[in-house]
Design a protein around this ligand. Sequence first.
Ligand code: NDP
Ligand code: MG
Length: 381
Amino acid sequence: MKQIALLGATGSIGLQTLDVLRAHKEEFSLHAMAFGRNTKEAVPLIQEFNPAIVVVQDEDTKQKLEREIDHSTILSGSGGLIEASVADSVDVVVNAVMGSIGLPATLKAIEAKKSIAIANKETLVTAGHLVMEAAHKHGVELLPVDSEHSAIYQALNGENAKDIYKLIITASGGSFRDKKREELAGVTVKDALNHPNWSMGAKITIDSASMMNKGLEVIEAHWLFNVPYDKIHVILHRESVIHSMVEFVDRSVMAQLGTPDMKVPIQYALTYPDRLDLPMTKQLDLEEIATLHFEKMDMERFPCLRMAYEAGRTGGSMTTVLNAANEEAVRLFLNNDISFLEIEQLIEQELTNHQVIHTPDLSTILSIDKTTRERVRSHLK
Ligand code: NDP
Ligand code: MG
């Protein structure tokens, strides 16, 4: 029986992880769960799964929850996330929080030699070098939950890194894939949240519409698979049937296919190297799909993807700035404080003004993350 610590239990990935646990009660048990402030969603989950440790975002939420349920171990804040992740009984930490807030807990879980199922791509974008260095040092493997990276992980099974010619990451194109750049000026939050293929949390849905999600995934792939940016390609594939591919030096291409359902990569990260049945997921019906489409990615049309490649190639603290500026700008957009196109403008401004630090340590990263967010907010005035 694997004991799970689930960070971000009330989110899109978190709830689907709980579906996987429900389907395999003999295999997995929930030892700890963390969420932000959504006690309404969380209380029935706590009652159902009865985790030994519950973590919430802040002290106010902790007090609110203590009034609602009788539970002996409710923790709060970043310290709580860490405590849940390193608890002795925990075998696997599923990091499904939104944003770079997941970084310190990931590093501590690696030090405690826990298996890490990582959905939280912002952690790798903001501090990939620290996470991978810690993983190598402590002999911990990061199991990707992001569907593209799970696909690449599966395609690479048993292969030698030296034989990789390139990674080919597929992009559905997000909510605005059929709009021209001129048409993006007046789009609303509601338009942006309407993703054609995947149902996900709000922030990643906006990232998909701006194509920043693909940019973050390129950086995530660079760190997870230790592949240079020149060998990471993005291709538009509107059906989201091929989740990503690896081309090898002998021109052989391995692809992983499936219906767009995050429960598949979530479960694989939990069962690896084994597999389990997943009855609630639809089988892939290629006869019904009949045709698959591929298009070249246009970097002018999607400047966020261009900026992510540039920040990734510069490296160091540049990707910390990319991530923090994006997180904050997306928050402002979701709040109706800025327009959709201002997201990319604010990020570009931050990247242009930043003096890169080449191998920032954790405190430098946390400080750059904080000041970048403050500056993005201040542009508003
Ligand atoms: P959601 O916004 O749906 O969920 C985020 C979760 O994190 C919620 O449970 C939220 O709690 C919790 N949370 C937020 N802040 C804190 C905090 N300070 N302390 C503790 N918990 C916190 O996000 P998604 O599930 O969509 O995405 C999660 C991660 O997975 C992101 O990094 C995303 O990029 C990645 N990902 C998501 C995919 C998807 O299909 N959704 C696909 C691939 C990757 P509360 O509900 O209380 O706010
Ligand atoms: Mg993805």
